[in-house]
Design a protein around this ligand. Structure first.
Ligand code: GN1
Ligand code: MG
Length: 342
């Protein structure tokens, strides 16, 4: 960050000139820093406005749900954004928006799920987040990312990319496209699911990777963080993204596909953790579709990465030439392994 911007931020939050700001986390979309000031430690985040077109909607959503929980579930640990000196929880400097949270001490985040217990704890926490919000009308939330987990649309975006994208790349990924098209029945299953009256629109997190859970020193889950994508959604979004990111010992970044695995005991841990905090909340119909979640979310991510590759990496960016192709093929392999065990 530029010195000038840093200084403005420090002023707006009332932090001293000497406050130290260091990069935190590895999200693909937003930038996050840790701020260490004499007055305390904070998390500072810059919102990517190419993706979140209405940053104030994120702020509204968090405030709305936070206010509800403060009254109805005061013991629930919720990460409220802090107010800057202008009384706002969202600040704008030049073209960028920032917000800040109190840094919670004695907790840590993890980047890779190493034990089934961690998967259980995270699934329990994401379930708890939806469970404590069960009586809150999810439809009150702004749709910060329209059609974010709209599987049919993601499928159509791949078709669109094949018509307008990078011709050389399209030719090179013919087989990957053919495989993803052959799996269109997943779109149909998803459409059937959402059409059912017992598929409930809930307050869902939409980004359930393990680094969005805080753990204490005893490896117990403390709470979930990164509430930018809280929106009305289906449990499938949250459970599916946990399956996508917890089942394999390696992430979507892995280029040696032999290292991709689906760890069955981790699948059981996700099931046990989530259904334990969501007991009495999930409908029987939702429970019956628990394992569809993994297929939907892994498939969707494969579609998104391949589409981005064909569109010259406009969305996810890249660190090397074939980055999004590697990510897409990694997810295809994961999908195949997942389908083999369910
Ligand atoms: C993005 O930036 P990050 O890692 O929180 C993306 C998710 C993808 C993920 C894949 C707003 O999340 O949907 O699953 O990358 N978020 C957005 O790594 O597109
Ligand atoms: Mg995120």
């Amino acid at each position: 960050m530029e010195k000038q911007i840093i200084n403005s931020i420090k002023k707006l939050y009332g932090w001293s000139d000497k406050a130290e700001i260091t990069l935190l986390g590895n999200g693909l979309i937003n930038h996050t820093w840790k701020v260490e000031d004499a007055s305390g430690s904070f998390v500072l985040q810059r919102i990517n406005t190419n993706i979140f077109k209405h940053p104030n909607w994120i702020d509204d959503n968090i405030t709305l749900l936070g206010n509800y929980l403060a009254v109805n579930n005061p013991s629930y640990l919720f990460t409220y954004p802090i107010k800057a000196t202008n009384n706002s929880t969202l600040i704008k400097i030049d073209d960028y928006y920032y917000r800040s949270f109190n840094y919670i001490n004695n907790v840590c985040t993890i980047d890779v799920v190493e034990t089934a217990q961690q998967a259980y704890e995270a699934a329990f926490q994401f379930g708890k987040f939806t469970a404590v919000s069960n009586e809150f009308n999810a439809e009150k939330l702004h749709i910060t990312l329209p059609n974010f987990h709209h599987l049919a649309l993601r499928f159509n975006q791949l078709t669109e990319a094949m018509n307008h994208g990078n011709v050389a790349r399209i030719a090179a990924v013919k087989e990957d496209i053919a495989f993803l098209q052959s799996q269109k029945n997943i779109v149909e299953q998803w459409e059937l699911f959402i059409a059912h009256p017992d598929a409930k629109k809930r307050v869902t997190h939409h980004d359930t990777k393990i680094s969005n859970v805080l753990f204490d020193n005893n490896n117990k889950g403390v709470c979930v963080i990164d509430l930018d994508t809280i929106m009305p959604g289906y449990f499938i979004s949250d459970v599916g993204d946990m399956m996508r990111t917890y089942l394999s010992p390696v992430s979507e970044e892995e280029s040696n596909f032999n290292n991709i695995e689906v760890r069955k005991e981790f699948l059981k841990a996700i099931y046990d953790g989530y259904t334990s905090s969501m007991e009495f909340v999930l409908t029987n119909f939702e429970l019956d579709n628990f394992f569809l979640s993994g297929e939907v979310l892994i498939y969707m991510q494969a579609l998104r990465f391949l589409t981005d590759y064909i569109n010259d990496d406009v969305y996810y960016g890249k660190k090397y030439e074939e980055h999004n192709l590697v990510r897409a093929r990694n997810q295809i392999k994961l999908l195949q392994l997942y389908q083999a065990i369910i």
